[in-house]
Design a protein around this ligand. Structure first.
Ligand SMILES: Cc1cc2nc3c(=O)[nH]c(=O)nc-3n(C[C@H](O)[C@H](O)[C@H](O)COP(=O)(O)O)c2cc1C
Length: 370
């Protein structure tokens, strides 16, 4: 059986990846109340170092960025120390890992915020749905719109987080500008009704995300080790499109990102975890062609689909999320055609090693070098 081109080495920028498989960022909510990832996270990530590139679970840049219980951060020394042990394990297993930088904005709850404050957003618009707090699920609240003069402070939080990621030894960082978290709340016209220089025109709505990109690329000496995640077609939370003209908005976003020499753009094609169908008005191939760096495709991919997308020039790398939960040796299974295990949902968020770092490979436990 010839080896699939997806499973062969590839060079993007100055990085040589073992294969074109990327482990998608997966929040697993195993950190402690101080946002410190557990020691056994090194086993979990180490077992998955068969991916050409791992993107870490979304990691809060500041206490204000927190929107889910038990998620990790990258603002304190204890967090940096724990992450550096995880990164060392991945490197000992010939893996590469980027840290995903996260601020959840309005997708949070006062119980998760310092001093029980309201979560912040571009505008005071309540999201649908519930927040995952230490006390269970709680309905979202109406956030507080950030004052214009607060925004530079959040850009500085991103800068510090990017510096801490560098100190922890990460190979790069991915800016989370997808799934309706803070950056996307500024990008979309349904969640950004501001009248200052951060709202209104597309150029204004992109201003804050691009300030973040500038700060992060300054820390990393340019864009060569910086990627960004976008979800132009998502409707979550809720059912209605989040932008009145997503292609104009995201076309302008991608064009502006070209000014920073980013390593890649990582897109969620269709609606996360639901469908690869793309609504009218969003054209992923056009975005891919306009972007000058590499392109990571994602959402409900299989090896066959990835091969087809590669052959058609639709993406360079392919990220797998849910399949990595219960298949630590995903690349081996894809290579051999072995069936994939499925992780029951109760294991996704919260708990300890069970359903997290104890999934066997197809040939028994997956060894991790230390
Ligand atoms: C348990 C779980 C946690 C996730 N956490 C994140 C996250 O931290 N950051 C992110 O950008 N996407 C996150 N996602 C979305 C995935 O990265 C991915 O886009 C989605 O699962 C679709 O890909 P898949 O069909 O290969 O699973 C998460 C998805 C799941 C199922």
């Amino acid at each position: 059986m010839p080896t699939s081109p997806i499973l062969q080495p590839v060079t993007i920028g100055d990085l040589t990846l073992k294969n074109r498989v990327v482990m998608a960022p997966l929040t697993r909510s195993r950190s402690n109340n101080e946002g410190v990832p557990p020691d056994f996270a090194a086993d979990y990530y180490g077992q998955r170092s068969n991916a050409g590139l791992i993107i870490s679970e979304a990691t809060n840049i500041s206490p204000q960025g927190v929107g889910y219980a038990y998620t990790p951060g990258i603002w304190s020394e204890a967090q940096v120390e724990s992450w550096s042990r995880i990164v060392k394990t991945i490197h000992a297993n010939d893996g590469l890992i980027f840290l995903q930088l996260w601020h959840t904005g309005r997708i949070s709850h006062p119980e998760l915020q310092p001093g029980g404050e309201l979560p912040v957003s571009a505008s005071a618009i309540k999201p649908e749905g519930t927040a995952f707090t230490q006390d269970g699920m709680k309905p979202h609240v109406t956030p507080r719109a950030l004052e214009t003069d607060e925004i530079p402070g959040i850009v500085e939080d991103y800068r510090r987080a990017a510096e801490n990621a560098k100190r922890a030894g990460f190979d790069g960082v991915e800016i989370h500008s997808a799934n309706n978290y803070l950056l996307e709340q500024f990008v979309r016209d349904s969640t950004n009704r501001r009248t200052d220089r951060y709202g209104g025109s597309i150029e204004n709505r992109l201003r804050f995300p691009l300030e973040v990109v500038r700060a992060v690329t300054e820390v990393w000496g340019g864009g060569a080790r910086v990627g960004i995640r976008l979800s132009p077609a998502t409707t979550q939370p809720g059912e209605t499109p989040l932008d009145s003209d997503p292609h104009a908005t995201y076309g302008a976003y991608v064009d502006a990102l070209n000014g920073f020499g980013l390593l890649y753009v990582h897109t969620i094609e269709g609606v996360t975890q639901q469908t690869r169908d793309v609504p009218d008005g969003v054209d992923f191939l056009d975005l891919r062609r306009r972007f000058t760096g590499a392109y990571i495709g994602n959402n409900q991919l299989t090896l066959d689909l990835a091969e087809k997308e590669l052959a058609e020039g639709r993406a360079d790398l392919f990220s797998f999320g849910r399949p990595y939960i219960a298949n630590p040796d995903l690349v081996g299974r894809l290579a051999s055609g072995a069936p994939l295990a499925e992780a029951p949902k109760p294991y996704w968020y919260g708990g300890g090693t069970n359903g997290y770092s104890d999934w066997p490979g197809m040939n028994g436990p997956v060894a991790v070098r230390r």
